[in-house]
Design a protein around this ligand. Sequence first.
Ligand SMILES: Nc1ncnc2c1ncn2[C@@H]1O[C@H](COP(=O)(O)OP(=O)(O)OP(=O)(O)O)[C@@H](O)[C@H]1O
Ligand SMILES: [Mg+2]
Length: 324
Amino acid sequence: MTICRRMFSTSRSILSHDNPLGLPRSGTPPSFPRRRGLPQKRTIRDVKKVVAVSSAKGGVGKSTVAVNLALAFARRGIKTGILDTDIFGPSIPTLLNLSGEPRLDENNCLVPLTNYGLKSMSMGYLLPQTQSDSPTGEVPMDTTPITWRGLMVTKAMHQLLHSVSWGPLDVLVLDLPPGTGDVQLTINQEVIIDGAVIVTTPQDIALRDAVRGFGMFQRMDVPVLGMVRNMAYFACPNCGHQTRIFSHGEGHQSHCEDHGVVAECKRLGVDFLGDIPLDAQVCEDADRGKPTMVAEENVEKSVRRQAFLDVAEQVANKIGLDWH
Ligand SMILES: Nc1ncnc2c1ncn2[C@@H]1O[C@H](COP(=O)(O)OP(=O)(O)OP(=O)(O)O)[C@@H](O)[C@H]1O
Ligand SMILES: [Mg+2]
């Protein structure tokens, strides 16, 4: 009997979506066997490299960058998967236009859902749909007792990390939720991460959180591959003029050497991986489940797509993927 079969001991309820990961929702909070010391970091089965896309700040474009990065790898023939580690606000099902229950294989491991040549797994595939499904149109409420959240997250994360049947993958991209909380801690403690990509926007307030995220990886001995500056500038669709809307000390006119994302990278000793433009099309592509990397595959000289490709190429080279 494999590890996976033991973990998914309640496979019937997984398939019925009743309680996908066997997480208790009432009664006394669950107790788990006490571990001595910290959990042992290990590799994910069948996965050669793991890259985490992260930022302590919410809404800066982590999922957008993560999915385009993963698609850039996949479109280059690199066997790639993406794991949505945002338990409470999964984005990957929308970004990849995927839904429905994952099958269980003969070892009771979850079989990833695939689109555009990219394998994916997300809590969003496992939990009951909570949006406008209600016949009364009621807005659903998360009734999970707050004190349980940490435990549930830890258990769900553990299973998402170790009970998915990825098949051989060259790289698995982890789309992290915002913050430096339970999910980040569990992942950092349980899995060997080959590198972290930190996404930020140009504003001071986002950059401060990005630096906080950098500190977390440093403390966890995870190499930081570099920072991506998302929404770096707005390119006018008519004349192409670039405006640094969120600029702080980095604008064309007010360029300030010791300020902003590039300067912060220098200070921290990490690489600046590049700019992604603020572009309505990037958002539209994401919303309709066809990220820019795929949507503009046949568009000649797509600045948006090229921006993602440039970041992907650097990441690939840094972790030793075969980028050609
Ligand atoms: N470069 C961009 N240009 C335009 N819109 C963008 C860009 N990057 C991201 N967005 C949009 O910004 C919103 C937030 O992006 P996204 O969900 O990727 O952020 P996030 O950091 O993953 O958020 P969360 O912290 O909630 O996980 C989305 O609507 C997305 O389409
Ligand atoms: Mg996200």
